[in-house]
Design a protein around this ligand. Structure first.
Ligand code: HEC
Length: 147
């Protein structure tokens, strides 16, 4: 058998395999960027969080940290331009006045739904109810100070 025939035979067998393989890779991806496996950064130092809280953390870093800051102190880089400062989720005095249902509502329907500033945007169209629950669970882990 000449080399050329061998090459032709190989491409006949391998092309479908290659197409099948790339189809697998493509169908594994999702439009929602936050679902991509690469989105979860290594979480070596936060193994004390539950799966649910970790998911909340991912969403928080993506959507909320901009205003509320990466650690929830209300010091995200947007916060310096805002007339009403973003809530400080580490403040136990403030956070203990809010029920889980109220936190859920504020996230879903925005600050104005609870008589707070509309500077806190509504997320109901972007983040599903069950994902908002993970955010509530994560926000509850941020309380550190009793000031
Ligand atoms: C554009 C900036 C901005 C972004 C982004 C933002 N927030 Fe807020 N958030 C605010 C501001 C401002 C307030 C304070 C409203 C007030 O006190 O009147 C607030 C308040 C809150 C409160 C407390 C409400 C209360 O009753 O005290 C919670 C909880 C909250 N945000 C959660 C979130 C979550 C979760 C996200 C991400 C999904 C998020 N926020 C994204 C600006 C933002």
């Amino acid at each position: 058998m000449s080399k050329r025939i061998l090459i032709i035979l190989c491409s006949i067998f391998f092309t479908p395999a290659l197409i099948w393989f790339s189809a697998q890779v493509v169908s594994g991806s999702d439009d929602d960027h936050t679902e991509r496996s690469g989105f979860l950064l290594p979480q070596k130092h936060s193994t004390n969080l539950t799966r649910e809280q970790l998911r909340g953390k991912e969403l928080y870093q993506y959507y909320c940290a901009l205003c509320h800051g990466r650690t929830g102190k209300g010091d995200g880089f947007n916060s310096f331009n805002m007339s009403v400062p973003p809530a400080d989720h580490t403040d136990a005095t403030v956070m203990s006045t809010l029920s889980d249902a109220q936190i859920h509502q504020v996230i879903k329907e925005g600050g104005s739904s609870l008589g707070r500033s509309p500077m806190m945007p509504p997320w109901g169209r972007v983040i599903s109810d069950s994902e908002i629950n993970t955010l509530v669970a994560y926000i509850r882990t941020l309380v550190t100070s009793g000031k």
